[in-house]
Design a protein around this ligand. Sequence first.
Ligand code: ADP
Length: 571
Amino acid sequence: MANKNYSDKELRQRAETKLGKLIHSGKELSLEEAKKIMHELEVHQIELELQNQELRDTQFRLEEIRDQYTDLFDFAPIGYLLLDKKAVITNINLTACDLFGLDRAVLKGKHLSAFMSSAQSTILVLQLNEAFENGHLPPFELKIRRWNQGTFTALIQGSITTSSDNENPICRVTLQDITEQNEAEKLLQQHEALQKEKEKIQRYLDLAPVVFLLIDAEHMVQMINQKGCKLLGLPRLDILGKNWFENFINTPEKQSKSTNNQHFQNNMLLLKPYFESEVKCKDGETRLMGWTNIALLENNGNQIGTLTSGEDITERKKTEANQERYTEVLKGMVEERTQELMDALVSEKHINEMKSSFVSIASHELRTPITIVLSSIILIEKYGAAGDFEKQQKHIERIKSSLTQFTAILDDFLSLDKLERGVIRVKKDNFDLPNMISKTIGELEGILKEDQKISHIHVGPNEFSQDEKLFRNILINLLSNAIKYSEKDIEVTSSIDKKTMSLEVKDYGIGIPEDDREFLFKRFFRAKNVEDYPGTGLGLSIVERYLDLLEGSIEFISQENSGSTFKVKLH
Ligand code: ADP
């Protein structure tokens, strides 16, 4: 077909001119010739119509094909663009437009370099220059800026097309967004690296002599070393992915006392740097393990898992328990021995105290009667020379009384010494109780104060079986205190009821201050209101010791400045 395009009107004119020339060539046409020409013309016309129809069909098909190619071009799954030598976009498909985020009309005529950094643009220019020289654009990556936001990584490759006149060569470029692909590749690489790292760690951990395991936030086992598998008696695959606490750790009720049950809360356990628990092993055996935990945290601080190492402490705990028991035994022995030593020390201290008390009492209490005796002897001599026998007699009485006091003190020391040495033996015999009490009262008349009397009432049978000598000592002690600490009369009451003997010694004297009452039977103890009265503080402690020997008891009631009553019971 001719290149030139003619309108229908022009075509008609040209045809008529041609036909005119043919008809008016100067020759007369015969009818036959005219008919023949007419026929030819009609055939030509039909031929032309057929040709026209064919042409229209061809044009329609071409348009269809063009549309298909436009579709293919525009909606291809990868970007496609044409660049001239200066990297100006001369054409671009819709997929590429989408990647740039701009319309084709805007993109056409723009420099591709406008959509990237200067560094990237340099790469593009270099690559294009080389491509236009070699006719081939090998694949390379470019970071392209989107119109609306962000960048994408494009894989660029293409070829150079030269027109028949060899002018205006064009670079056909395919452009593919490989951002996600790159990231996926990166992730894959990281995953592979991690996998390798994990395998490496697993190999190291397998060599470790302790159990190592990795538990995720849901307590599922993610990793366990060889030692751990051996402990549980299971292949690794039977352990991985299982809940650690539910499957392999004994519940608190089943745990032996050696583990610390109060710590047993799974969530809590994994936060603890250390805990102990029993592990279920093959054949129902359990082992006690000490777990050291390291929390694996996310950037936000959430715990995503725990790396824990476990040491089998079963034997160690047993040894420790044995050691503890042994230590307890040793401790007991040491305590016993210490107590013995302390007792010895106390008794040593006690003896020393006794000695010093004895020395102070001996120097004080014994000196008083001796001084009185001495001064009385001097006065007796003096009154003897003057012939004053009455006064002489008075001093003789004083000497007697002082010597009685002296003897009483010595008796106390002697009794105490005997009691301490345990040489006093109880000798029970029947005796007449009221008779014995009256005799003793009579013996003490010499130390009674002026106008002081002792009355005695007895109730019940007379005969009583006891150690008479020891009972007499008890009575003397109580009576001499009553005489010493009161000015008024003293009342003695005795009774025998069945096999029990009761004795009461009641005075109306100075009484005993409340604070001192609890210490009254302690050796050498003297109440604070008796400073002006002679005494050793030994009498009542001796009475108590005698009553211990006789299996009797003593108690008292007292009121300061009103008097005291001492009550003795014997069987
Ligand atoms: P002492 O030689 O001092 O009398 P005792 O052991 O006989 O020693 O008595 C201990 C203390 O008990 C006395 O020092 C005194 O304080 C108190 N005491 C004992 N009997 C009486 C009593 N009848 N009245 C008041 N106080 C008494």
